[in-house]
Ligand binder design. Structure first.
Ligand SMILES: [Zn+2]
Length: 77
């Protein structure tokens, strides 16, 4: 993924979004107790750092547009 903002064309800053649990995109909100990045309706965005280190995904941030852009790999574990 390149670091050019798709909204304004300026350079974005590379960083990371971390979570104690997996990070997934869904087309609807689900009850948090039912949350699983592994369910069929979820698109997994993050990968596990290790058994006790949570999950992480690279993300580019545009400070001007206040946008964060994530590129995901559906085959990532
Ligand atoms: Zn921008």
């Amino acid at each position: 993924m390149n670091n050019i903002c798709p909204y304004c064309g300026k350079e974005m800053e590379l960083g990371y979004i971390q979570s104690g649990r997996g990070i997934a995109w869904r087309n609807k909100i689900v009850h948090i107790a039912a949350f699983s990045a592994l369910s069929r309706s979820a698109v997994r965005l993050s990968y596990a750092l290790g058994p006790f280190d949570g999950h992480v995904v690279e993300a580019y941030r545009c400070a001007d547009c206040k946008k964060v852009v994530i590129e995901y790999d559906e085959d990532a574990e």
